[in-house]
Design a protein around this ligand. Structure first.
Ligand code: HSE
Length: 428
């Protein structure tokens, strides 16, 4: 039997403690499945003397994660500190240089530095694994790099931030405003220390950037993502979208088009009856479309101790079995530079506006849309008691540029009682 596989874990927050627990509780199962004993030799965290609910005193302690990463008795450096730069990156680079395998849950680091880190790991012949970085417990990296390796991927879309999906579905259920539900989620500890990472769409965009690289053989290009958070999603839009048969989701979409790589993370409408439309609470969902498979839908917990530690352990088991893959599914030196698409694929749009209630107001809006080349698919005007008439329009497929032109022209009509809202509708 092979010698034990020795882990050094840097970062003893929720995920780090979860990994310690699985290794302690599932010792026999892990050995049976991998043929090796999996042990922890050393750990590191910012503070040493605090009760984390698991015994740690049988492991060596290192204050400095770089010292941990380069110890002779560590085969895998497990980086669970977080942060795109700073100690996480320095220690990861040191581990690779010292010939250690690395497992990380750090989506920000991979989104910013994924390609150079992959080049370094592959040059050294070590693994750099990151299943836990994208969609928590959902094995989406494995699905893309292994199970779907024979497919040309045509599109990936999904809900990749549980906190945002929690906020949006709580707004739907309660009828409360974004501000009220944001405060509730924050109070429950559902948001990152910097909530902007969640509600600003940045955390989810980090994950999308990683998936794009695997799907399309391109270097990770976080800067090429069009990002818009959920802060401007109002309860009025959630209710109006529901009336028209849609749900609003913070949706990540990546697809290779004739105009380049289109990567977007923005609030979109999806059909209420679709798998994405039915996704509730903090759950994540990734929809992968490929030429042979057509569509695969993965759904599961996107965060939390058990799910994220489970993803880390999947990577540990692969390394224990001696299984090694290029970091992004093909050798890093063959990844191409993505050309970001300058415009998005045409899509139907949802428009909501308040019109002054006088003859010809709606006709003026219809004229503006017609002049911008926008065809109306469905329209609804609601009954109202005051002088502002709420109007909803669903358009046929149109470019975002045409929508921008129409929104500008609407401002000049003099019939708007409130600023119009436009949201893309993502079908499928
Ligand atoms: N705040 C993140 C989420 C955690 O809600 O999905 C995992 O990145």
């Amino acid at each position: 039997m092979s010698h034990p596989l020795r882990l050094g874990i840097a970062g003893l927050g929720t995920v780090g403690v979860g990994v310690v627990k699985i290794i302690r509780q599932q010792t026999a199962l892990l050995k049976a499945r991998t043929g090796r004993e999996i042990i922890i030799t050393a750990v590191s965290a910012r503070t040493k003397d605090c009760d984390r609910g698991v015994p740690l005193n049988s492991y060596a302690w290192e204050d400095n994660p770089v010292a941990l990463a380069t110890r002779d008795d560590v085969d895998i450096f497990v980086e669970l500190m977080g942060g795109a730069d700073g100690p996480a990156k320095i220690a990861t680079e040191a581990a690779i240089a010292a010939g250690k395998h690395v497992i990380t849950a750090n989506k920000a680091m991979l989104a910013m530095h994924g390609h150079p880190l992959a080049l370094a790991a592959e040059a050294k012949g070590v693994s750099l694994r990151y299943e836990a970085a994208v969609a928590g417990g959902i094995p989406v990296i494995k699905t893309l790099t292994e199970g779907l390796a024979g497919n040309e991927i045509t599109r990936i879309m999904g809900v990749m931030n549980g906190s945002c999906n929690y906020i949006l579905t709580r707004m739907e259920d309660s009828g409360l405003s974004y501000q009220e539900i944001f405060a509730e989620a924050d109070g429950l500890g559902y948001l990152e220390a910097d909530p902007q990472l969640d509600v600003g769409g940045i955390d989810a965009a980090h994950k999308l950037a990683i998936l794009s690289s695997i799907a399309f053989g391109t270097k990770v290009d976080f800067d090429g993502i069009v990002i818009e958070g959920i802060e401007r999603v109002s309860i009025e839009d959630i209710n109006a979208a529901a009336d028209m048969g849609y749900k609003i989701k913070l949706l990540g979409v990546t697809q290779m088009t004739g105009r380049g790589l289109e990567q977007r993370m923005q609030p979109c409408l999806v059909p209420a009856s679709s798998p994405l439309g039915q996704l509730q609470g903090g759950t994540n969902m990734i929809v992968i479309e490929g030429d042979s498979i057509e569509q695969v839908v993965l759904r599961g917990p996107g965060a939390g101790m058990g799910p994220t530690a489970s993803a880390v352990m999947g990577d540990v088991c692969d390394i224990a079995r001696g299984f090694q893959l290029p970091v992004f599914g093909q050798p890093a030196k063959t990844l191409t530079s993505a050309t970001p698409a300058k415009s998005t694929r045409p899509a139907p749009y949802y428009l909501r506006m308040g019109l002054v209630d006088k003859p010809g107001a709606l006709a003026k809006i219809a004229t503006v849309l017609g002049e911008a080349g926008i065809s109306i698919d469905r329209m609804r005007q609601y009954g109202h008691a005051d002088t502002s008439a709420p109007v909803l329009i669903v358009t046929h497929k149109i470019s975002s540029a045409a929508i921008d032109i129409a929104l500008e022209a609407m401002e000049r009509t003099g019939v708007l009682a409130s600023a119009p809202v436009a949201l893309r509708i993502e079908e499928g």
